[in-house]
Design a binder for this molecule. Sequence first.
Ligand code: NDP
Length: 736
Amino acid sequence: MNAVQDDRDAGLGEDARALLRGVAEFARGELGPLAAAGCGEQPWAGDLIRQACRRGYAGIEVPAGEGGLGLPYRMRARVAETLAAADFAFAFAFINQHNVALRIAEHGSAAARARYLPGLLAGELIGGTAMSEPRAGSDFAAIATRARRGEGGGWILDGEKAWVANAAGGEVALVFAQTDPARGPAGIACFIVDLRAPQCERVAGAPLEGLGAAGIAGIRLTGYRAEDSDVLYAPGQGFSMALAGVNKARTHIAAMAAGLLDGALRLAVRHASTRQAFGRPIIEQQGLRWSLADVSMRLQILRMLADRAAGLIDAGSDEAVAAAAMAKKYAGEECLDAVSACVQVLGAGGLLPAQGMARRLLAAKALCFADGTTEMMNERIAAGLAARFATAPQATAPGATADGERGMPYRALKLTRGEDGATQARLERIAEDELPDGEVLVDVAYSSLNYKDALAITGKSPVVRSFPMVPGIDFAGTVRHSADPRFKPGDAVLLNGWGLGETRWGGLAQAARVPADWLLRLPADMDARRAMAIGTAGYTAMLCVMALERHNATPEGGPVLVTGANGGVGTVAIALLAGKGYTVTASTGRPQEADYLRGLGASGILDRATLSGPGKPLQKEAWAAAVDCVGSHTLANVLAGMRYGAPVAACGLAQGMDLPATVAPFILRGVALIGVDSVYAPMGLRAEAWRRLAEELPQGMLEANTRELGLSEIAAAAVPLLEGRIRGRIVVDVNR
Ligand code: NDP
């Protein structure tokens, strides 16, 4: 029996179990000497980190397409726990290494990924994240390390960072720096720094007692030049991305605390079972066995809290904030006392270096403040409580301030354009008289995050026609005031398209003023959240289905193809079509989501690579109908593979705006290409689409497929959405 072969493994696949077995063997075999070193004698574990990387452990959560294993976060937390059972400091250092690889894989430029990622995964490069400074820890917004624009591009970095894991000997650091102190948190960016450069100096100091393996040190940067391709998070994203990672960091600490305690408990039980006193093993002494029973229970609670937080993180739930804080707080409060109880069982022998108990005691203290103090955890848990239970509906109504006054400014995500032409997204307050003209003022309850919103927020495409702009191409809420007799205060309404978030301020705000002609009533049985879980993507999927039906598609006619299957439009299109009895094939670049797509109703999965390159003008007549979200070569190949007279509803351009096709499918097979536009679709078609969505879309499908974010979390979600790393739908509670 080892640290990972426990009842939790039953729910894992064989690959995952094999991974954990391998990690446990590595921990037992290779980490032994490290774990037996005295408190002040442990060296930085660089060589062992490199070994662990060579076994593939630095890429557990890194997407498979980037050279990693593409496993969920909870597997990484389990690995951290397993490593910490042998040595907490090593686990801490190794998780830092993994973090650096993952952040670069997810957010690095193509040049940065090519330069750093293979080395980080293979252990040729070791990294850590540099957030804290000698005078800024928990108060992260106060960091003083500066990044200034360099002449002819790039950035020049100056400042000092403290408590950076692996900085004692590693080669890479992710350095958070302030680009514009006047902008506060919105000025913080993050840069990939090569620590081997002469402008980087390590501020080593003495190794921390008990944490030597983590190689914690400082870094001083003097005129370090980072290229534009070394920008990991642009100004405006650094702060939110740092905070976005904090739930994982806290859950790691809790998982590692569980590993640490597991190791201590095993030693104590083994000793107590063999050591005799008064003629019997000391474990038979009631006081001692009860103490160990208590430790064992704390260990179970700690694991449950850490597992719950990890599961919520994987699910993208907002509850993850409080769950991670609870796990971390429990670890900080209980672990030290529980390890101490184990040392008590071992007596003086427990303090021999080979037992590793003194290091465990020091580590148990260190985890009380690493990645947030216990006091800060209390704040996070309390904030979650307040958001969940305390506020009465009228106090959270849009436009209400903390003291409940009406008419005060609304929170909104506002896009501006900087002098360099870059789009900046910031959460701001806007006054009612700033809202555009229109007959109806709506208290927005929910909006959603769509592909087009992500393009607008990141500025990756000229979606926004005038600045400043409030993005958000759809919203649902309640009429506050109407100068049009068709609507009255209290009516539940929704709106999507009509240039919202492009030419006109949109739904990512607590209020919107719009022309009455554009508003629809929410269908009966559909609340605002569900409407936005469906959102423009789901509504477009229904427009596509209706377009196919107008061209005589029927379930009996033959198989239907949906491209861009894992996206917002694709997932709803699959569910709608399968629900009506069609045989649906899902084309996707994410084969790992095949089970999910089958769960939606797809009966076949097609690798999108088979459609994404240039193909023959006419191919095997495979499909009786198709919904295409992708455009470009994919649409050309779809057209070439349609049966005689079959319709294709084309709505998207995820691969490209072009259509490198021939007329052959049209003039030789009578294929019908139907354009689907959601933005200016006539009101009759809209009302029909929403009515049918309310009736035909399975409720459960949306719940499993939807995650909810607050306004402040939107900017950070835009890039992963554009990179196709988000599955399904994101609804936005604008009052959070
Ligand atoms: P998502 O970003 O949610 O999904 C797009 C999907 O397309 C991805 O999940 C991915 O699916 C696939 N994809 C991404 N990049 C590529 C690529 N390079 N080559 C092939 N496939 C790719 O977007 P939505 O579902 O919300 O929207 C889909 C498209 O429809 C977008 O282009 C959007 O702009 C457009 N749209 C148009 C509307 C209209 O009025 N006409 C309204 C709403 C959306 P997988 O991982 O499964 O391969």
